[in-house]
Design a protein around this ligand. Structure first.
Ligand code: GLN
Length: 569
């Protein structure tokens, strides 16, 4: 299985590191906190640091602590926190875990994302069991102990040299207080085996033509009031930070000037590891945690990706049809997977968001004609669904490369049933429970479920592909493993009817026989997956199905260009 394969070079690097750093016996804990404003990109900084340490041969993992009360983000509307990411072990996680995996090529699990809700749930369960032996259960020490236990859980496995813990929210939030108190205690207990990286924002006041350090000073003061002295400061900025500003911040914040880094806006987040390395962030972190840096991180594959990215000028235009298109983060993993696939195909991705609620038979031609490929997004509920059918019918009839993911695949099936099989009311029972043609239906085991949280079909499942399918060709193998997040399925009663009419069920779960992939052979590239290929696509290991989809879109674009040239002759 592709996701399990480890890069041999990475393995060798780890062996080399283990032999040459025998003193490296204790796990180091790196905390990443944020101040001034939210959305500074703590996840990107954490991921970049992890990427650099991994490229130095260390065994690294990253975890995110989210201060909200939800047990996990699975029940959250994308408008709240963007995409819900899914780990291989079926945890519905914060989208930052997607960044972690994309930057490090390391798979995360349930242990990598903990919320206030989970901490409290665990403490309350213990209290009900009588584990606290009659004590009054309090935020300190019981909640903070539970947080500390969760922080160290990954370190205790002995599998990691560095555990990076990102604390969600902004310093000063009421909700973050127990987490920061736990960090204070851990810093005290772990000494040099721990470190705090604090990320702040340095605004530029255009009228005064000045970068302002005060918000950073206040944010660090706030952290200090909580008993945490940051060791490293990363300053987000839109303008270069000069030595004077750096020194000033170092002086006011008790941080060495060489431990103050700037994180300036860059055209792509994938340049951030290099920008951090140029300023020696990885070396400073190693030194501060008592490790002598040796050599340089092995960034050649990463640089190869960036070289391709910078060299790619010819565009490939993909349309993403979904109902959350006004929200950048709602389809984060899909955007990144397409971006990676375009880059490896030496093209510059032009991503056009098409609002499925606004798409109709009158405007479909105008909106979809300029596209080289159509991607119909996952989702839940009725809103925007008719626009997805319009897009799919148009794409099928115009033979445009099309990828349907999860609900997108279900819509492919429904649209085919309505238009080709003549089942006018075909639907998913999610949208119409009384449809006479329930081509997409609730899984048997889902029928008795009443709790919404964490009860979908979640996580990685094996899928067997027909050897002659487009999907098998894309993956280069017939047994794959990909991640799921859904309650509804292709209704097997209709399989034969679909097959006979030209929509093939080319991928199925080898154990349950559930249909996982459909295709229309004879079309350029028309594939729907019940699973989410976007969750497993990383910078160094892009998802093969996305690579194949984008490659088909490029061929189609080239064909269109040739035709135009011909007709102009
Ligand atoms: N709503 C559909 C289901 O539950 C699809 C979910 C999705 O697209 N992730 O089966």
């Amino acid at each position: 299985m592709r996701s399990v394969n480890k890069n041999n070079f990475e393995q060798l690097l780890i062996i080399y590191r283990t032999i040459h750093s025998p003193s490296f016996v204790e796990t180091k804990y790196l905390f990443v906190t944020g101040g001034v404003v939210s959305s500074l990109g703590k996840g990107i900084i954490s991921s970049s640091l992890a990427c650099l340490l991994k490229a130095r041969g260390y065994r690294v993992t990253i975890q995110k602590f989210d201060p909200y009360i939800n047990i996990d983000p699975g029940t959250l509307n994308p408008y709240e926190h963007g995409e819900c990411y899914v780990t291989v072990d079926g945890h519905e996680a914060d989208l930052d875990l997607g960044h972690y995996e994309r930057f490090t090529n390391i798979q995360t699990t349930r242990a990598n994302n903990v919320t206030t809700g989970r901490i409290y749930q665990s403490v309350i369960d213990k209290e009900r069991r009588g584990d606290y032996l009659g004590k009054t259960v309090q935020i300190v020490p019981h909640i903070t102990d539970e947080i500390k236990r969760a922080v160290k859980q990954l370190g205790r496995t002995g599998e990691f040299d560095f555990v990076i813990t990102e604390i969600g929210g902004v310093v000063g939030d009421i909700e973050s207080l127990p987490f920061l108190e736990a960090v204070r205690q851990l810093r005290w207990e772990l000494g040099q085996n721990s470190l705090c990286v604090h990320l702040t924002y340095v605004p530029y006041i255009a009228a005064a033509k000045e970068l302002k350090t005060k918000p950073t000073q206040h944010s660090v003061k706030k952290l200090q009031e909580l008993g945490i002295q940051p060791d490293v400061l990363v300053l987000r900025t839109e303008h270069p930070i000069n030595t004077e500003v750096r020194r000033k911040i170092a002086l006011f914040c008790n941080v060495a000037p060489d431990a103050v880094f700037q994180s300036i806006d860059v055209p792509t987040i994938y340049e951030v590891p290099l920008k951090m390395h140029e300023q020696h962030l990885d070396e400073v972190v190693l030194r501060k945690t008592g490790v002598t840096p040796e050599g340089e991180p092995h960034m050649a594959p990463w640089l190869h990706f960036l070289d391709k990215l910078h060299a790619a000028t010819k565009p490939v235009t993909i349309g993403l049809v979904g109902k959350y298109v006004e929200l950048q983060d709602a389809y984060k993993s899909i955007n990144e997977s397409l971006f990676q696939a375009a880059t490896y195909n030496d093209r510059k991705l032009i991503l056009k968001y098409i609002h499925s609620e606004k798409l109709n038979e009158q405007n479909v031609d105008e909106l979809l004609s300029p596209l080289d490929g159509v991607l119909v997004a996952p989702g839940f509920g009725q809103r925007g669904i008719e626009g997805k059918f319009v897009a799919l019918k148009w794409a099928r009839e115009h033979d445009v490369p099309t990828l349907g993911i999860c609900l997108g695949m279900q819509c492919m099936v429904i649209e085919f049933a309505r238009d080709v099989l003549g089942m006018a009311d075909a639907n998913s029972t999610e949208m119409d429970p009384s449809t006479t043609h329930n081509v997409i239906d609730l899984m048997e085991e889902q029928k008795s479920i009443s709790n919404m949280g964490g009860t979908m079909r979640l996580g990685a499942y094996e899928c067997q592909l027909r050897p002659d399918s487009l999907a098998a060709k894309a993956y280069g193998q017939t047994i794959i493993s990909e991640r799921h997040r859904h309650r509804f399925e292709f209704n097997d009663d209709y399989r034969k009817t679909f097959e006979e009419a030209g929509m093939s069920c080319v991928g199925e779960n080898p154990r349950t026989k559930l249909v996982e992939v459909v295709e229309i052979p004879g079309k350029r590239w028309f594939v729907g997956t019940q699973y989410h290929p976007e969750y497993s696509s990383t910078v160094l290991n892009p998802n093969p199905l996305f690579l194949s989809f984008v490659s088909a879109a490029i061929s189609y674009a080239d064909e269109k260009t040739e035709k135009t040239v011909e007709s102009e002759k």
